[in-house]
Design a protein around this ligand. Structure first.
Ligand code: FMN
Length: 176
């Protein structure tokens, strides 16, 4: 059995090296539409998204934590995903689903992406990556930053994980 979505899921990989080609406005609007269509607990939609295309700003964001955000400096687009925890107790789940929707929509449009984790990550200088991100992007204190999705046209190739790598021992039927 196959489907368009299954084909994308099979090919999907995290890509961290991007072409300089900008993400077109109409393509960006589809990514944002996908994010805003993502399901959320009780339909509260607690997320907010900040579109970052300024290379200086992306470069600053690439340094909010010591490891794992460096690729943002070479990405033409970063989508910062944040939420107001007062709006929903499961905002972490809601923002994660929105991130996944963005990543799969990107994949379907010929773009590639990678997730940079911000929530709970330290800044390498006894502070938190969230606070540094808040400062760079003028985010109010009540908002929590979940992640930044770096998106662009790929300048590296990776093959999808082969089916033989999938660990079906993690799947249980009826009981653990
Ligand atoms: C919750 C989460 C957090 C992640 N954080 C980072 C990160 O901070 N930096 C990074 O380069 N990749 C990050 N990734 C991407 C993973 O490293 C990647 O998905 C994993 O190594 C598997 O590789 P693949 O996506 O190519 O299959 C994150 C992925 C998830 C789902």
């Amino acid at each position: 059995m196959d489907s368009l979505l299954m084909a994308l899921i099979r090919e999907r990989r995290s890509i961290r090296v991007f072409d300089t080609r900008p993400v077109e406005e109409e393509v960006l609007s589809l990514l944002l539409e996908a994010a805003l269509r993502s399901p959320s607990s009780r339909g509260r939609n607690p997320w907010q998204f900040i579109v970052v295309r300024d290379p200086i700003c992306l470069s600053a964001l690439s340094e909010v934590k010591p490891h794992g955000a460096g690729f943002l400096a070479g990405a033409p687009l970063g989508i910062v995903i944040l939420a107001d925890p007062a709006q929903c107790d499961v905002w972490v789940e809601d923002t994660s689903i929105a991130a996944t929707y963005i990543q799969l929509a990107a994949e379907s449009l010929g773009l590639k992406s990678c997730w940079a984790q911000i929530r709970l990550r330290d800044d390498g200088q006894e502070g938190m990556a969230t606070d540094v991100t808040r400062e760079i992007l003028s985010i109010p204190d009540r908002m929590e930053v979940a992640s930044i999705i770096g998106v662009g046209y790929p300048a590296e190739e990776k093959k999808g994980h082969p089916k033989s790598d999938l660990d079906y021992s993690k799947v249980h039927y009826e009981k653990f």
